[in-house]
Design a protein around this ligand. Structure first.
Ligand code: FAD
Ligand code: DLZ
Ligand code: SF4
Length: 512
């Protein structure tokens, strides 16, 4: 039997299930660069370069092992531009008896693949993606019959199952979660060492030219492209993170600084998500650092929780709840996405800095995504689908299985609280405490009303007023509603007035 084995641009792992049992004397691996995948959202140009260059390097690595690879480039003559079209064309070249794929990371692509069997008239085997620490079946079992699907409970089960940071049946150090130690603001004089970049080789240089030529309309700088595009370099990035940044990871996990693009974060998500690194080896590197006394428990627990907890949990939820999940709109948010999400042209320094960092790097760290661009979209009622398309496009690590639950659930509360027990809504005081943005802003975080007032201040209370019926019964919202109710009617009117003026300016595309 001759198998055509399709490997997608985010499946670049030698251990991917589509390659299990491969017979190099008969089988062919198919990899295709297609217009459809580069444009279903207008991805950041660095994301496209990262994926296409990593695909080309991965194909070269397989060939060096003696595996036949049929690789179709984006600008190849006759490229049909779609995954389905290219599989069909490849079948006519290779007379295969069966197509083997690993399940993709997006519902959209899975639905497409499920139609191939009939469309191509040949068996199509869709294998489970085994690159995760929790199988879909295991997650379903955990979720079944539970009233609350909170991450923290899932995480504890995963800790017990892996034995990571466990002392018998108890968590190491006596606590499951060290988050309360992880909320420090950055001391002003603390400098983070610069991040290693990986200069483009000839393969990446060719892809950079291709993307410059074909994706001129897409968002994002290409100058200074420095992502690792091979497993070897991704491992070097992991080593650098564990040695130099992991010890500070916990303390400053929620901090933000203008120009501090990466701080103590790992910047490993693109490598994890496209297959250059495996979650197990990343966690084990961090655990080794703790065992050897090179990183404190709070930092390592915080880091492992992001991968063993959050990453596995959002993936489990995505496949449990899709496709209906994407359609919910609990807060009935309908506003279009403001143009400054693309241009950065706003007087709000925190938003401008986050958009500019995103444009420079195809990366922003979690708190920028959640508490700046996410929080602003939540408070101003931007339509979930528009916000989600933006996040899916602009980040190098964005694939729907991980982007959607984070945006739809965590940032926008569009799922009504399945993922987070309350909306992550915050006023300027929070941003001021966790960042240096406010010092250089046209607005003042200390001013609550009027022209100089930080928009997050009045928009926060306006959001609570607008959504009282939906949120007031939530026990975790009781305190803010009590504070709101203690305000004078005059003050509430003034909040309404300033918010209406701000939102009108936003809708009219005036500078805010
Ligand atoms: P670190 O802070 O160093 O964390 C370590 C690793 O933990 C990350 O590499 C990542 O693999 C994992 N992780 C951390 N937080 C999460 C989380 N909430 N969900 C899943 N995995 C997590 N992450 C993506 O990988 N792709 C996305 O498209 C994406 N979209 C997001 C959208 C919004 C609105 C928000 C609030 C978060 C989103 N995240 C997404 C989660 C998180 O912001 C990124 O994983 C993180 O910023 C990646 O940077 P890092 O590798 O430096 O992470
Ligand atoms: C994101 C992306 C891009 C930009 N280009 C390609 C491509 O040309 N070929 C490919 O196989 N995959 C690409 N990808 C990744 C896919 O979009 C991804 O596999 C699906 O979204 C499923 O997660
Ligand atoms: Fe952002 Fe408000 Fe601070 Fe300006 S004052 S940086 S808008 S939080």
């Amino acid at each position: 039997m001759r198998n055509l084995r399709l490997v997608l641009g985010d499946q670049l792992s030698r251990a991917v299930s589509a390659l299990d049992g491969l017979d190099a004397t008969r089988d062919v691996v198919l990899m295709v660069e297609v217009h459809e995948e580069t444009t279903y959202v207008r991805h950041h140009r660095q994301k496209i370069v990262l994926i296409l260059s990593a695909m080309r390097h991965f194909a070269a690595m397989l060939r060096a092992e003696g595996i036949p690879v049929d690789y179709v480039r984006l600008n190849a003559q006759d490229n049909t531009g779609s995954l389905g079209g290219e599989v069909r064309r490849a079948l006519s070249r290779h007379a295969a008896d069966r197509v083997i794929v690993t399940a993709p990371g997006e519902w959209r692509v899975l639905a497409m693949m499920q139609g191939w069997k009939e469309a191509l008239g040949i068996p199509v085997e869709i294998r489970e993606d085994a690159r995760f620490l929790c199988t879909q079946e295991r997650f379903r079992r955990w979720a079944q019959g539970r009233k609350s699907l909170r991450m923290e409970f899932f995480y504890r089960e995963m800790r017990r199952e892996t034995g990571w940071l466990m002392h018998g049946s108890e968590p190491e150090g006596g606590r499951w979660n060290y988050d309360s130690d992880n909320r420090k603001a950055l001391p002003e004089n603390l400098r983070t060492p610069p991040r290693r970049r990986f200069p483009p080789d000839a393969v990446t240089a060719a892809v950079l030219d291709l993307v410059r030529e074909r994706c001129g309309e897409h968002f994002g700088d290409l100058d200074g492209f420095g992502w690792a595009v091979t497993r070897e370099d991704a491992l070097a990035a992991l080593g650098e993170f564990v040695d130099r940044f992991l010890p500070g990871f916990g303390d400053y996990q929620d901090a933000m600084r203008d120009g501090g693009d990466f701080l103590f974060h790992s910047v490993l998500s693109p490598y994890l998500n496209i297959g250059l690194l495996a979650p197990r080896e990343v966690c084990e590197s961090a655990l080794d650092a703790w065992r050897e006394g090179r990183a404190p428990l709070a930092a390592v627990e915080g880091f492992v929780r992001q991968i063993l907890g959050w990453r596995e949990y959002v993936r489990g939820l995505y496949w449990l709840l899709m496709p209906e999940y994407a359609d919910s709109n609990f807060l009935d948010a309908q506003r279009p996405l403001p143009a400054f999400y693309w241009t950065g042209e706003t007087r709000m320094r925190c938003v401008r800095a986050t958009v500019e960092a995103t444009r420079r790097n195809a990366y922003a760290h979690h708190i920028q995504r959640l508490m700046i661009t996410g929080n602003f979209a939540l408070l101003t009622g931007i339509a979930p689908a528009e916000v989600e398309a933006w996040y899916l496009a602009v980040y190098a690590d964005a694939f729907e299985w991980v982007e959607l639950p984070n945006t739809h659930g965590m940032a926008l509360h569009a799922d009504g609280g399945l993922l987070g027990s309350k909306p992550y809504a915050a006023s300027g005081a929070y941003i001021d405490r966790m960042s240096d943005y406010c010092a250089g802003c046209a607005y003042s975080p200390k001013t609550k009303l009027g022209e100089r007032a930080c928009p997050f201040n009045f928009l926060y209370w306006n959001f609570l007023m607008d959504n009282r019926e939906r949120l007031a019964a939530n026990p975790r919202m009781a305190m803010p509603y009590r504070t709101l109710d203690r305000m004078s009617g005059e003050r509430r009117d003034a909040i309404r007035r300033d918010s209406a003026a701000f939102l009108a300016a936003l809708d009219a595309d005036r500078m805010v």
